[in-house]
Design a protein around this ligand. Sequence first.
Ligand SMILES: Cc1cc2nc3c(=O)[nH]c(=O)nc-3n(C[C@H](O)[C@H](O)[C@H](O)COP(=O)(O)O)c2cc1C
Length: 363
Amino acid sequence: MTLTLTTAGESHGPALVAIVTGLPAGLRLDRGAIDRDLARRREGYGRSPRQRLERDEVEVLAGLRHGLTLGTPLALVVRNRDHESWAWGMSPWPPQGEPAGKGTSPVTLPRPGHADLAGALKFGHDDARNALERASARQTAVHVAAGAVAKALLREIGIGVTSRVLEIGGEPTPERWERATDDARAARDTLGGVVEVVAEEVPPGLGSYEDKDARLDARLAAALMGIQAVKGVEIGDGFDLARRRGSEAHDEIGPGLRRDTNRAGGLEGGVTNGEPVVVRAAMKPLPTLMRPLRSVDLASGKAGEALVERSDVQAVEALAVIAEAAVAWELARAAREKFGGDALADLVGAHRAYLERIRWARG
Ligand SMILES: Cc1cc2nc3c(=O)[nH]c(=O)nc-3n(C[C@H](O)[C@H](O)[C@H](O)COP(=O)(O)O)c2cc1C
């Protein structure tokens, strides 16, 4: 038994959709909780006006009845309210009438740091919009919705997942983040940052060392790296471990199987060890600059400046929420693989029986 997630949707198309399979029946979902995570994703000091335009509410088309999962595929939809202005430009069918609104002329000046050039070449697009619309981080809205479902599942077995921002623009002090963002905006530039996700009350034994695809550290790294603009992932003390001696790098096991440190970030051999799972992701500065980078026109071959489209100065707070969803998703998937069950009660019972077998009780 595993969880799967398939998504579709363009940034300015009619909607984003997600299909989740492998959920047990009887899991209670709260529309408010999903919408709150969607709202958290839009927040942050460095976001563009689009975030105020989009309201982002989840619609459920299948797999749920009266708030309880049916154990059948769950279909989630988040509509793009902005699509109205792009109705001609992003019409799925040949558009009717005269060109109107946004997206009516082809994008031929690819932005460095985006998928514009690579996507246009790979798929043979004359209009880089055909690449950038899907490469955009807008699709993370449905990943966050699916992450909220994963968090509901994890809560049933006592696991909580939270996230926070550690740095914006190289600045570790929260009081300075707005100032750094304002300075970058004034310079028509952008910033990146670092976020951390922590999962508490994770039982030992999620993931496996049997093969590289089974390692939960590898799966978490791939899940975080799968988020747009993430260029580095750390588990526990990560890169810093490389600079220490072994005596300062591991977590000694004490009475009651307790550890005084958690340098491993809750994972040893690709398997959770009962300590909190701690992962970090590094985000590069956003690639669309209001002071555009150099590019070359794909139609004429002439040097030019990259497309300037409404864009965030930084989106590190949003990344924290998306990373939280990604980690929750991977933990829920690993919990599903370990505890199985068609009904939620089967899963909860298997989790309880397992903790009894390994005599694992905390607190
Ligand atoms: C929450 C979030 C918001 C983003 N917003 C923007 C943006 O407004 N402008 C921009 O140029 N890039 C933005 N990005 C980054 C691009 O989507 C990303 O850099 C691009 O798709 C290329 O992918 P890569 O950086 O992973 O190679 C955002 C990323 C995230 C996670």
